[in-house]
Design a protein around this ligand. Structure first.
Ligand code: HXC
Length: 279
């Protein structure tokens, strides 16, 4: 759906780029001529992904091991990446999450998730933003949030708190940094299957079915549907979109929100009974 050189020459830093959705984004960016720099905690995973994607696409990809919870490591690593060449965009994709009853969480459990989702996202955004502003270069930040960033969600409270903060950061900096040529947007994906998320968030197989099919379209998202949206928001052609969050969830969150959506459970007979008869 795009010209093949849509992202030609763009260096795009992706946190959590070694696996899951981040890896799919890196692949799509390479297919469109961009050059991802993937970061993650597991060096072996980054190395394997980089080799696989450069074989598959013939494109350029580099990687740096990084735990984004560590502010000093973030600054040092982003500095090292900049020395090889400035980046054009940052994708805040790395996340941490698991299903838990909140009253059982230890402080360390809370910190593990918020450290990645909120602090890590902020550290990365600051590290890139400060360099773009200093160099007087344009920048683009795309943060992957969730629909429960605005609805909240039971049983994933640290993640909901972190994602809400990442969305607030996006909207705040869109205004503060817009005049400096830096735009910030977010994407709120619904159920796009990945090993990491499903292992941590689907406690029983029968509940996977519920999560995957309860949206109005009755299916999960395809990775290419998400990565094409990412490509559009990274492209110069979307330059006037700033401070926005784009939901891509098949209508999932609205299905849970509308007060009378339950009427979808009515049968044809029920409707016949409640509909006034024409005289
Ligand atoms: C309760 C838990 C727990 C669980 C870990 N902890 N898992 N507590 N229930 N299931 C506690 C540990 O006991 C420990 O506390 C503390 O959390 C830190 O755990 P560690 O394993 O030492 O931390 P670490 O190795 O840094 O791992 C971080 C992590 C892990 C967040 C816990 O799950 C992770 O690495 N996740 C990264 C990938 C990921 O989560 N992907 C899914 C994203 S999905 P104590 O007190 O015992 O020391 C997503 C999408 C949401 O965000 C939207 C979907 C549509």
């Amino acid at each position: 759906m795009f010209v093949p050189d849509l992202l030609k020459g763009k260096r795009i830093l992706i946190t959590g780029g070694g696996s899951g959705l981040g890896k799919s984004m890196a692949r799509r960016i390479m297919e469109l001529g961009g050059e991802p720099v993937i970061c993650g905690r597991r060096e072996g995973v980054l190395e394997e992904t980089a080799a696989e994607l450069s074989d598959a696409t013939g494109g350029t990809i580099t990687w740096k091991p990084l735990d984004i919870r560590d502010a000093e490591a973030v600054d040092a690593t982003v500095g090292a990446i900049w020395e090889e060449g400035p980046v054009d965009a940052l994708i805040n994709n790395a996340a941490g999450n698991f299903l838990a009853r909140t009253e059982t969480l230890s402080y360390r459990a809370l910190d593990a998730v918020i450290g990645i989702v909120l602090h890590g996202t902020a550290y990365m955004t600051l590290a890139c933003g400060q360099r773009w502003i200093k160099d007087k270069r344009p920048g683009n930040v795309l943060s992957i949030v969730t629909t429960y960033a605005w609805t909240g969600s039971a049983y994933v409270v640290p993640s909901a708190m972190g994602k809400a903060g990442a969305l607030a950061m996006t909207r705040s900096l869109a205004v503060e940094w817009g005049p400096k040529g830096i735009r910030l947007n977010a994407i709120a994906p619904g159920p796009f299957p990945t090993k990491g998320a499903w292992e941590r968030l689907v406690p029983r197989d029968d509940l996977a079915d519920v999560w995957e099919t309860r949206n109005p379209l009755g299916r999960t998202g395809e990775h290419h549907e998400l990565t094409n949206l990412v490509a559009y928001l990274l492209a110069d052609q979307s330059a006037y979109i700033n401070g926005e969050v784009v939901t891509i969830d098949g209508g999932e969150w609205l299905a849970g929100a509308g007060q009378f959506n339950f009427a979808g459970m009515l049968t044809d007979e029920d409707w016949d009974e409640i509909t006034p008869k024409k005289r």
